[in-house]
Design a protein around this ligand. Structure first.
Ligand code: F6P
Length: 540
């Protein structure tokens, strides 16, 4: 039987020893990268992207050990099984078919004897038709005004992916539509959105797989009341993206249209389904959404087919596990040198941390230590003026630097110190990766830099929709491969439940107090009670 996780392999011990060997002075990055062919041997191009891992703390022995995990843990085989509909989400007995959402192949994807592709194509056609009707003014608000504002109500996986992609492609938004996000239950989020829209020309898109998420329900009720107060019929200003048969797919609660998402696509993997499809097509036009899907499909094919030595997401996953489990780094930074990619890190944060932040393996046994890694990030150069002090001299963390060869705005060419803004940006990207790797000796300890701080550099040709699709799929596949290596189920999220349950009981206490002002929060613990008293004594 194939072992299902890393620490069950003999190779695990070898990797541990190898990690120790990487502490030798001669294995310092400043030495590793002096080899003239280091970049050539430690970089790959594939699926439309370029990955340079020359400044990761590995040598040939470490790499060979890591690459061997592909076979020993049947990694690409498991990826293939995922794409073919095997129920890899064992705790929820679900298939994991986000890759089908962007497939344009003629091949069927069969689940329980049924090809899921016709239904996926039907939803895509529905999105195309609906968004075109909105753009041409065939579908309007109740007063006949064309829709000019779209407010997406949704949270977590029903928000972060669309926000990443719509931010990345905002320069292409030429359909006269402004997109707003209402994710947080915080009334100040609602208030800011309400102040920014024109209600008669606003379409509300409620995205929720379950349609039971507390934040999304509260915001939907708030939006409906807001519309009624403006004399508008909510059913003429609202659409839903949800699972078939959910409370958002209920004919007794009519809306303009409902778009289905499927239980075989998890929330954080759902950007290429109707979750991203509806808002992105409204913002950019359906054709650009389709171009984005095709880029993602290209990277899926690469992740599935490329041998380990050339497989970008698989190499990135192996490096991530190497850095975390063997070299002991518990954080990873994602630093795109591209402002339109500002929302990549928040998206990958949920994608990766909700997927792999787990304490049990797929067989239900506790892991020797919890899996996962803390992910955070900000665009460069802003990040340099924020937390890079710590990156250089404080606790080290590996970084994914992301560079874009051609920016969206090439018409502004003023030079400062002899270079354009884009060249300045690249000078900084290259400088940071090098400075972190090499460091600097200095007699004054405050000015000394250890170096030996690892990073990868990922390069996109430009920010075309296809490339954003490739980048999205790269991080999804990397996450999935990491989960396979650690042996966890990357597709459930029971860790979010306890907090929700505790909130349920506190909510009941508050509701009771609203009904009976004399109620003294008898059902709560003393600390929570003190806070509830503080809250109820304020002007809310
Ligand atoms: O945060 C927990 C979570 O269940 C995420 O996994 C999910 O993306 C999000 O809530 C929203 O869920 P839904 O789409 O059902 O509203």
């Amino acid at each position: 039987m194939i072992p299902s996780r890393l620490d069950q392999l003999e190779r695990h011990e070898k990797l541990r020893l190898q990690a120790k060997a990487m502490q030798r002075p001669e294995a310092h990055l400043k030495n590793l990268i002096t080899a003239a062919d280091r970049l050539e041997h430690y970089s790959v191009r594939g699926g439309g992207l370029f990955l340079d891992y020359s400044r990761q703390r590995i040598d040939n022995s470490a790499r060979q050990l890591l690459f061997g995990l592909d076979q020993e843990l049947a990694l690409r085989d498991r990826f293939a099984r995922m794409m073919h509909g095997e129920r890899l989400n064992v705790t929820e007995n679900r298939a994991v078919l986000h890759t089908a959402a962007r497939s344009f192949a003629d091949d069927p994807v069969v689940l329980d004897g049924v090809d899921v592709m016709p239904e996926i194509r039907r939803v895509r056609d529905q999105i195309k038709f609906f968004s075109e009707q909105v753009h041409t003014g065939q579908i309007t608000g109740a007063n006949g005004r064309p829709f000019r504002h779209v407010v997406v109500i949704g949270i977590g996986g029903s928000y972060l992916g669309p926000e990443f992609v719509s931010t990345a492609l905002a320069a292409l938004a030429d359909r006269n539509i402004t997109l707003h996000y209402l994710a947080n239950v915080d009334i100040d989020n609602f208030g800011a959105v309400a102040a920014a829209i024109d209600p008669p020309s606003t379409l509300w898109v409620v995205i929720s797989k379950s349609f039971t998420t507390a934040e999304t329900s509260a915001n939907t009720i708030q939006a409906e009341q807001f519309m009624r107060a403006k004399g508008l019929d909510p059913s003429r200003h609202m659409i839903t993206v949800t699972s078939k048969g959910s409370p958002g797919d209920d004919p007794s609660r009519p809306v303009l249209q409902t778009f289905h998402m499927f239980d075989f696509i998890g929330g954080r993997y759902s950007v290429t389904s109707a979750v991203g499809g509806v808002p992105l097509s409204l913002l950019l036009g359906y054709d650009r959404f389709e171009a984005f899907l095709k880029g993602a499909a290209e990277m899926d094919a690469h992740a599935l087919n490329a041998p380990v030595e050339q497989n970008l997401p698989l190499i990135a996953a192996l490096l991530s596990v190497w850095n975390t489990t063997y070299l002991g780094y518990q954080q990873q930074g994602i630093i795109p040198y591209s402002s339109p990619l500002a929302k990549l890190a928040p998206h990958v944060q949920q994608l990766n941390m909700e997927s792999n932040g787990k304490a049990v393996d797929t067989a239900g046994a506790f892991l020797p230590e919890p899996a996962g890694v803390v992910i955070f990030g900000e665009p460069g150069t802003n990040a340099q003026h924020s937390f890079f002090q710590l990156a250089h001299q404080g606790k080290p963390f590996p970084i994914d630097f992301i560079g874009v060869r051609t920016p969206q705005h090439t018409q502004y060419q003023a030079r400062s110190k002899g270079v354009t803004n884009h060249q300045e940006l690249w000078a900084n990207l290259l400088a940071q990766a090098r400075a972190l790797a090499v460091g600097r000796d200095h007699a004054d300890k405050a000015r000394h830099f250890d170096g030996n701080r690892p990073s990868s550099t990922i390069v996109l040709d430009d920010l075309a929709p296809e490339n954003i699709g490739r980048l999205l799929s790269f991080y999804e596949a990397r996450t999935v491969y990491e989960g396979f290596i650690w042996g966890v189920n990357s597709f459930d999220q029971f860790g979010v439940e306890l907090g929700k349950t505790v909130a349920d009981s506190l909510r009941s206490e508050m509701a009771r107090k609203n009904d009976q002002p004399g109620y003294d929060f008898a059902g709560t613990d003393p600390i929570s009670r003190a806070y509830l008293e503080m809250l109820f004594s304020a002007d809310q």
